[in-house]
Design a protein around this ligand. Structure first.
Ligand code: HEC
Length: 143
């Protein structure tokens, strides 16, 4: 019996492998989509959270911060800022406490002059984000 590795065998491995891994890719994609409703904390989304998300975008917070790993690495990760700062009051207190002209000699966050309602919305948005099941990411409380 010949042991030659023929072109036909190579082609079959190529097509078979492509089909197998494409089907595996589809199955895992389907599995991920199925898992989202239990993990993405969608039940917590309300008008205030949406407003906070809009403020997050309008003020380009992501230009300095990362949120669940996405964004800029100039300022702290905010996916777990809710836990780190001790809840909504901690977040609002921090944002309000930023000096007008920044802190000389160090990188600091600008003062945005948000209204109380806007501050609430941002804190609600960050609370919602902190409730997303990210399989324990970020790995430590510092972000
Ligand atoms: C110009 C860059 C910049 C922008 C834009 C910015 N931040 Fe910050 N932010 C910082 C820096 C730097 C810090 C680190 C603490 C400091 O200011 O002393 C910080 C800290 C924070 C903290 C406290 C984090 C912690 O763990 O202590 C929160 C909450 C926060 N920012 C929220 C926001 C939100 C919400 C926005 C958008 C409305 C925003 N930031 C936009 C630079 C920025």
């Amino acid at each position: 019996m010949s042991q030659a590795f023929t072109k036909a065998m190579a082609r079959n491995i190529f097509y078979g492998g492509s089909v197998f891994f494409f089907l595996l890719f589809l199955a895992l994609t389907f599995d991920t989509h199925n898992a989202w409703p239990d993990r993405d904390n969608r039940a917590a989304i309300n008008d205030s959270v949406s407003h906070g998300k809009a403020l997050w975008e309008e003020n380009n917070c992501v230009g300095c911060h990362s949120l669940l790993g996405e964004g800029a690495y100039f300022a702290p990760e905010l996916g777990n800022a809710f836990q780190r700062l001790g809840g909504k009051d901690g977040i609002k207190g921090f944002i309000m406490s930023r000096p007008k002209d920044g802190i000389p000699g160090r990188r600091s966050m600008p003062q945005f002059d948000f209204s109380p309602e806007e501050l609430d919305a941002i804190a609600d948005f960050l609370e919602y984000v902190s409730g997303i099941n990210t399989a324990n990411w970020p790995p430590n409380i510092q972000g």
